[in-house]
Ligand binder design. Structure first.
Ligand SMILES: Cc1ncc(COP(=O)(O)O)c(C=O)c1O
Length: 372
């Protein structure tokens, strides 16, 4: 059991609304008809889909109809479904950021896709590089099948893609007729007021955009609720390959009953708690400039992406940290081709303030002990 849990992207554990969900369950379950004796269907519990639509409407000013929203088992399920939808045969390509969520890298490798990596900068996926790559591939007659992108609070870098770049991405996608999958699972983990950029789904597009959301980062991954939406006819095709009987109506009904009135008060409450942790982690990292050469300052999400000195033996660093009870995610896990890059990703949502205050200087000692 680690003492300093900076590894995976989980929200603050103490703010999980156990009592509120228990009360919500007591209110709603006796009122439900025979829904729990039925399969939820491909779209799932309608009132919860309405909450998902309202959530988007409040954030983006525009929302899909509830008939276009499918509840899912977290966001990992729709992320995986997209490869099952678009990858016809082993070796078909998916465009991804060079540094990308490790779960998606693993799932898309498992589905037999070729991961086509596009370099990123502080504004996310680079459009000059995307354009060059697609041009080359078009010339060889081997275009990828879709683009997977984390435009808002990119995992691991925390980048937010600016509006102009989003528009450019959709133009390039249209030029090569590639559908776009937008993984938006950090959308409401926000610590600054001036961050907002409209999601790709809300922008004019000539190609289908599939938008994926999750409740894991604002409620808890144990709840396993998320959703995706897109327009017909693509929506129907994706739902046809879904083979799980639907998403738990039990979980959806309980969360609906709590969130129908308390979604935004809950989000504001947990974001205030996590912001304090993020700020403390910035402060502690800033006190160790020899060990942490550079680090991102994300306005949202749950991660800080940290550059280590080039002379760091990253494997040794990980071993030393593990022996001292410090858990973090290695840069390699997020590199599309698993290169040993001198980076690490720190998650700030789950650890306590005391663990952050003590753990970051200890991690700096591990980094310094691993210089070649
Ligand atoms: C970018 C991204 N997508 C998807 C997921 C999967 O999360 P979940 O299935 O719990 O919604 C994560 C989890 O860390 C993530 O960072």
């Amino acid at each position: 059991m680690e003492n300093y849990p900076f590894g995976s992207g989980r929200p603050d554990p103490a703010s999980f609304p156990k009592r509120e969900l228990a009360e919500a369950a007591m209110r709603i379950l006796p009122e439900m008809g025979n829904e729990l004796a039925l399969y939820p269907g491909a779209l799932g519990y309608q009132p919860m889909r309405q909450v998902m639509a309202d959530r988007l409407l409040r954030r983006e000013g525009i929302a899909p109809s509830v008939e276009e929203i499918a509840l899912t088992n977290g966001s990992m399920q729709p992320v995986t479904l997209m490869a099952q939808m678009f990858i016809d045969q082993p070796g078909d390509g998916v465009v991804m950021e060079e540094f990308c969520y490790s779960g998606t890298i693993g799932a898309y490798n498992k589905e037999g896709a070729e991961l086509v990596s596009i370099p990123v900068d502080e504004h996310g996926m680079r459009m000059d590089a995307l354009s060059d790559e697609l041009k080359k591939r078009a010339a060889k007659g081997k275009l990828p099948k879709f683009i997977y992108v984390l435009a808002t609070f990119q995992n691991p870098t925390g980048a937010i893609m600016p509006l102009e770049r989003r528009k450019e991405l959709l133009q390039i996608a249209a030029q090569y007729e590639l559908p776009v999958v937008e993984d938006h699972c950090y959308a409401d983990t926000v610590y600054e007021d001036d961050y907002y950029v409209p999601s790709l789904y809300t922008l004019p597009s000539e190609v289908p955009v599939v938008h994926i959301e999750s409740l894991s980062k604002i409620l808890g991954p144990g709840v396993r609720l998320g959703c995706f939406f897109t327009k017909q006819p693509l929506l129907g095709k994706i739902l046809q390959i879904r083979r799980d009987g639907g998403t738990s109506s039990l979980a959806a009904a309980i969360v609906y009953e709590y969130f129908r009135e308390h979604l935004w008060s809950h989000v504001n409450h947990i974001n205030a708690i996590v912001k304090e942790k993020r700020d403390l982690m910035f402060e502690m990292l800033g006190q160790c400039p020899d060990a942490f050469e550079w680090f991102s300052r994300p306005k949202g999400g749950l991660f800080i992406w940290v550059k280590l000195p080039d002379a760091t033996d990253v494997i040794e660093c990980e071993q030393i940290a593990e022996s001292r009870g410090i858990d973090y995610a290695t840069g390699k896990a997020f590199h599309v081709h698993h290169d040993d890059v001198p980076y690490l990703r720190l998650a700030f949502g789950y650890a306590s303030l005391a663990q952050i205050r003590e753990g970051i200087p200890k991690l700096a000692e591990c980094v310094m002990a691993a210089q070649k």
